[in-house]
Design a protein around this ligand. Sequence first.
Ligand SMILES: Cc1cc2nc3c(=O)[nH]c(=O)nc-3n(C[C@H](O)[C@H](O)[C@H](O)COP(=O)(O)OP(=O)(O)OC[C@H]3O[C@@H](n4cnc5c(N)ncnc54)[C@H](O)[C@@H]3O)c2cc1C
Length: 380
Amino acid sequence: MKLSQAHQMMQKLFRQFAETEFTTELLDKLEETGEFDRDIHDKMSKCGFMGVKIPVAYGGQGGDNLAYVLMVEEFARVSPVLSLYTNTPNSLAAGPLLYCGTEEQKQKYVVPVAKGDKLISFGLTEPGAGSDAGGILTTAVPDGDYYVLNGRKTFISAAPFSDYSIIYAKTDKTQRGSRGISMFIVDMKLPGVSFGKDEAKMGLIGYPTSDIILEDVRVHKSDLLGPLHKGFATAMKTLDGGRLGVAAQSVGIAQGCLDESIKYAKERKQFGQPIAKFQAVSFMIATMATEIEAARELVYNTAAIENTESADYTTRCAMAKYFASEMCNRVAYNAVQIHGGYGFIKEYKVERFYRDARITSIYEGTSQVQQMVISGNLLK
Ligand SMILES: Cc1cc2nc3c(=O)[nH]c(=O)nc-3n(C[C@H](O)[C@H](O)[C@H](O)COP(=O)(O)OP(=O)(O)OC[C@H]3O[C@@H](n4cnc5c(N)ncnc54)[C@H](O)[C@@H]3O)c2cc1C
């Protein structure tokens, strides 16, 4: 896709920011400590990145979906984990609030998220309900002006340091499956909220993930988000946008792998010549570049779809995530292969990319779930 001048400028800005600010020193610190880095978060917030696609009326930059995917891609090209710092507020946090929050809720919660003053996580997954997200067991029972929440959410990104979480809970047990689920904005400081341990993860280290435990948490009725019993549809709508973000993250990681592989293949000599001269290596690079370009086109074209309410948009977001994340894993595998033994060593960037790539075909719906969404829409 030929980008407009405005989008080209944004792309340049995102690239420059990532190349300047995501220093090796910072990335190594994230990897060593595993902790969320407030300094870089605040720097990104000051530049408006937390609200790139959040409307200006709610504190954001009012950018479109294409601006958002360009940002996630450029950030992931240097640091997949730091791309998440800006991805979550724009998609999973603001999404449900913008889709069905009241004006008061949007002012209260979206504005500080867009500015980076507050963090909101997305609490859907449970120990027994991952791909089958409609099978959640967390309950919310009315009690006067409150709902009382009980349950456990698992693998929640940014949970330990978020101010609020969008929690999905069953409000009508008589309705089966994904029906009878509602959304609540839960203050993470309320009595009865606690967190599991920070998960020791394979990748994305520096953006903690943990369980959220809810024990008799009293949430005021004003923090019910959207219509009662109808929260699951909003979760799915939110995940369309989120999946496009993961697809963009996948393209960025793959591009980072390709950049490193080209550099390395030209430098590394074996049998008296650069390994780039061997057809086996140069063809691997050709395939990587071609697959990245195909995924990028799919991602950009999906981002350009105007009717984000359509089934076509849902299908295309699933296709983009499915293709781009599987591509990203193949490219990361080959990037390590091109680096030989050095690709297995932490000092080389592709080692981290390879680990970070692995999550892309799992979170926000596995590849098998994307295949279910795509085929389900095609075979209706
Ligand atoms: C680092 C990380 C961050 C995350 N962040 C969040 C977050 O912020 N918020 C949140 O709510 N969740 C989050 N998740 C959860 C994530 O979305 C789930 O892990 C994912 O949806 C898969 O669910 P599961 O792990 O329970 O796997 P399962 O659903 O148990 O799947 C296991 C395997 O079975 C396959 N499978 C399952 N059902 C079918 C089927 N019907 N047909 C074919 N194959 C099937 C799957 O594709 C997979 O290969 C995160 C997870 C991780 C690891």
